[in-house]
Design a binder for this molecule. Structure first.
Ligand SMILES: [Zn+2]
Length: 372
């Protein structure tokens, strides 16, 4: 099987974390975004650095579903500081970000903002989310061929979250919703969230789950190794997905389109254990009758490819299906700058599978036009 990843310009060693010097704070905001529009696009093209990705001779529109930004104005309202947010240039959606996307071969980013507002009171969080969703919509309008975005919602107030979701999708043109992996100690399977999932299912939008380091384990995750993130994040996702499966939430809302960051955390790596647990310990069955085996639900969801090695990607695809995988870079947090090559170089996939992972699956989920 011949696979070609055509590269117009690819730096020999792209190390975003080391290469960045400015933080681009002043560019966030509608006026600055408009100002940056012309310069950003023309400079990127003039420099000739945009990497074009082809598989089997066919150009692929590469789409990254896992790309972070923050809105400094909203951070201020929450009492948070931009300089404490990880990721060089995370406060900017403009020229610098597009340049980095061009170098990595990413055509479109689906922007999301990690929810740091689940404990905020109602009036405050309403304002935070309003600002964020309006800014995200402005970024997407300014650079309509490079960005789409997931709406922010205040899930601690499900009725408000539904209003924000509907407004974000129907009025602002946002393509999905970004959520954490729990909401201030409550699991997504909690019935209080059922109305929200029902609305998300009705709208048919993509739900992007991004973990928040398993806050209940903060004490045990201290020490060397940044364990709060290194294992706390994948564990957070693992717990969230396990509850959605075992509490019957996915049976109740079978049309939900869920995409989890970091390859779904640890769950796909050890999935069959979930199929055997209640056989070993039937007394732990609370009476929830699932419609299928726990591992079968994994194949109903989507996952990003941020799993680093060829073997990890092969295994993830074996467990969930390659048609369930989409690029996730974590940009501008420098976990992975070779996401495109990771997919191109992992042995064993057909050209069709690679095109799907690189962008065709995400394009369908996010309503993005393919190349004409
Ligand atoms: Zn991330």
């Amino acid at each position: 099987m011949q696979v070609r990843g055509e590269i117009m310009k690819q730096p020999a060693s792209l190390t975003p974390g080391l290469a960045f010097t400015d933080c681009g704070l002043k560019i966030a905001g509608p006026l600055a975004a408009k100002k940056a529009k012309t310069g950003g696009k023309s400079k990127a093209k003039a420099a000739g650095r945009r990497r074009v990705v082809k598989v089997g001779g066919k150009r692929v529109k590469t789409i990254d579903v896992h790309a972070h930004c923050v809105i400094p104005e909203a951070l201020d309202l929450l009492g948070l500081k931009l300089e404490n947010q990880r990721g060089p240039g995370i406060g900017e959606v403009g020229e610098r970000r597009i340049r980095e996307m061009d170098e990595q071969g990413i055509d479109v980013e689906a922007l999301s903002i990690n929810p740091q507002w689940y404990k905020a009171e109602r009036d405050l969080v309403a304002e935070v989310v309003r600002i964020q969703n309006e800014r995200l919509a402005e970024f997407c309008a300014t650079y309509s061929d490079r960005f789409v975005a997931f709406a922010s919602v205040a899930l601690q107030y499900p009725d408000l979250a539904i209003q924000q979701l509907v407004h974000g999708v129907k009025k602002l043109g946002l393509r999905g919703v970004a959520v954490g992996a729990s909401v201030a100690g409550r699991e997504f399977s909690d019935p209080m969230f059922h109305p929200f999932w029902a609305k998300a299912q009705e709208l048919g939008i993509l739900i992007f789950i991004h973990p928040q380091s398993t806050p209940d384990l903060k004490n045990r995750l201290k020490g060397n190794g940044w364990l709060e993130n290194t294992i706390g994040n994948p564990l957070d996702t693992t717990i969230a997905l396990s509850h959605l499966i075992f509490e019957g939430t996915l049976d109740r809302f079978p049309g939900l389109k869920i995409c989890s960051a970091h390859g779904g955390g640890f769950l796909p790596s050890y999935a069959p254990r979930s199929d055997n647990c209640l056989r070993v310990a039937p007394e732990m069955d609370t009476g929830v009758k699932l419609k299928k085996k726990p591992t079968e639900y994994l194949r109903d969801m989507y996952y990003d490819t941020l799993v680093f090695t060829s073997e990890a990607l092969r295994h993830l695809a074996a467990e969930v299906g390659s048609d369930r995988l989409v690029i996730g870079t974590d940009h501008p947090i420098p976990w992975q700058s070779k996401s495109v090559d990771h997919i191109l170089k992992t042995p064993g996939f057909s050209d069709k599978e690679r095109r799907a992972m690189l962008g065709e699956t995400a394009a369908k989920l996010l309503g993005i036009e393919p190349w004409r």
